[in-house]
Design a protein around this ligand. Sequence first.
Ligand SMILES: O=C(O)CCC(=O)C(=O)O
Ligand SMILES: [Fe+2]
Length: 366
Amino acid sequence: MAEAFSSVPAVDYSRLNDPNLKSNELSKLKEAIFGVGFLYLTHTGLENLLHRTHESLQEIFDLPANLKEECNMIKSPSFLGYTQLGAETTASRTDLREQFDFGTPGVNEWNQSDPIWQRLEGPNQVFLIEIQHIITLPANVVKYPKNLGIQSIVEDYIVQINELAQNFVHLVAESLSLPPSTFDGFKGNMSRLKFVKYPPAAADSQGVGPHKDSSGLFTFLSQDNTGGLQVLNKNGDWIDVPPVEGSLVINIQQGFEAITGGTCAATTHRVIAPTTKTRYSIPFFLGVRLDLTLSQLKESAAHIVRQIPISDDRKKRAIDVPSEFLSPLYSCFGEAHLRNRILSHPDVGQRWYPELYYKYSRQTLQ
Ligand SMILES: O=C(O)CCC(=O)C(=O)O
Ligand SMILES: [Fe+2]
């Protein structure tokens, strides 16, 4: 459980990479990882990329509804593609957001002999939009195809943020006094990137409801200047995560929580929908190995937890942290993640995994 923090700390990435300043900054990183589970990462060198990508979001979401529907997530057993406003559910309530989900390109296609959860990794759908978008100019009623270049925007973003994410995981290991490569063997084949739009809504509406991120190790979020993101502390207070220009907001996901035996806890967060302007955000979810079983995990977690320099008392308490990934109900991370996707996107779940949908939706009702 995250401690009773009252703000989200900032860590300077350029200092983490400066031999003279590194050790001081690693201590800040360690405190943020243990105490909050959320941090701002500043001076990443990705400021231009974030700015450029945010600039293209409005045009992408302003595409005609029928074009966005061409790549509706319902067509993807990997839960990749477009989700219209109101089609997503968190904490049993409807989220007021519209989004595109993308995955790291180039993963192997699923086939019948693979486990069912392996199907979470698959190809993107976005290409359809590229070739079909037609712009009509009202003045002279000329029609011409316009390529927004979504595919290259997405792939460029994934390459650059992924490089930072890999480095960040090494730095986290170092901050916990572990060898930098400690977590390398836990990385998944596919990470996920989302473009998200929260339109203005009535005061206190749910942009996205309270949740812990469940698809991987860490989330790297770029939010615009609107605000609305909040994280929950131990006292049950919602703490604002106001926009900090050019920064990334990084949080621990349930995969990393499970790998560290709960010593590094995933923190619950939510977004309150904006009331007067549209909010855009770009979360990148660094993927975790889907095939990791609970027993493998317990073994590696015990090994890692033993080496993490915190008090035995805190370690003991940490083992009790509840996590979907540590539930004996699921055979491996892949199964836990598939359940999460099915419940978040029930229409997609029902279409591609009808039996699992039936099973999991009954489990939550109990
Ligand atoms: O849009 C945001 O700021 C956060 C989104 C989020 O928490 C999520 O999609 O998991
Ligand atoms: Fe989240």
